[in-house]
Design a protein around this ligand. Sequence first.
Ligand code: NAD
Length: 351
Amino acid sequence: MKITEIEVEGYERVARAEDPETGLIAFIGVHNTTLGPALGGMRLWPYSSEDSALWDVKRLSRGMTFKSAVARTGLGGGKSVIMADPKSKTPELLQAMGRFVDAFGGKYITAEDVNIGIPDLLEVAKTTKHVTGLPRDQGGSGNPSPYTALGCFEGVKACAAEAWGSEDLTGKLVAIQGPGSVGLVLGQHLVKAGAKIVVADINKANVERAVKELGAAVVEPDDIYDLECDIYAPCALGATLNDETIPRLKCKIVAGAANNQLDDESRHADMLKEHGLIYAPDYVINAGGIINVSLELEPGGYNEAAAVARIRNIHEALQSIFETARERGISTHAAAQEVAQRNLAEAAATA
Ligand code: NAD
């Protein structure tokens, strides 16, 4: 395998691996390890070019730095991407990727991401020990989705308190875009809290499941933006908050699990604020999964009760972000960035 270092300003280490034997072409980005080793998922995607794969690994690894800095996981930001068609995934390719991860000597720790599930991680783990998110019976913390959903539920309650002065969700109408692994469990928490659910999904089976388990009403995927509701919970794709959709929203709160919800981070965060919407910054509200997995790296190993207690802190983290945003007249996204920068600066000063 040939590993080539790529100089990228503002990143601690970015490298490209090519392994002709298995067909692996991959990138690992370690953005920042001030707070600890860089943990972030491994994504497999049929990128159209190496430039787009490199762009993605840079964007995603930087995002992980901020997510972990706000969530105080004791971790830095990193990510890896494999350039491949999901159909061409082989055990050999994944084991080669494990060797690439191993070449970072623990500075980068991997986990699940798009097109990489637990069976794939088990292959990766044959060639490196720097893997998290393995099944519980193998010492891992297992599926992160229910923990991400729990964090989102805490976040929704913090948003409700900010919007209406009370966390009570009785009778509130929540529009869940994408009731998948996270969205469905978020819906279960919301129903228990007395909320009513509307869903939209391109996957019919997931829509049917939401109707059955949540008693949800259904709208067409594109109609969800026009729905009169209290809370819009984006739990599907990125970039759903953009020039076209924000003016259509008729809710008070935007709070959901999807990554990279803002098409243009600072501009669309400002636009949400101008429209009078309360926006829970995506990387703050969806940190439950990374918080859960971070417990694997603690001296005693994974402990679910400790994980849940920390995930519930997302509530307080958002409250304090809302307070800063309100007092300073800035967007909640800008306030979250400040918290991340401050936590990083404090750690750098004491290092
Ligand atoms: P998932 O694939 O299980 O669910 C996503 C759902 O969105 C699916 O039901 C899918 O059919 C639906 N969908 C896709 N395109 C759609 C569209 N145009 N309109 C409506 N629905 C659409 O994924 P997940 O694990 O539940 O993750 C959901 C989001 O949360 C993703 O953006 C993911 O990156 C983010 N996230 C997940 C976790 C986690 O622990 N799983 C952690 C942090 C962030």
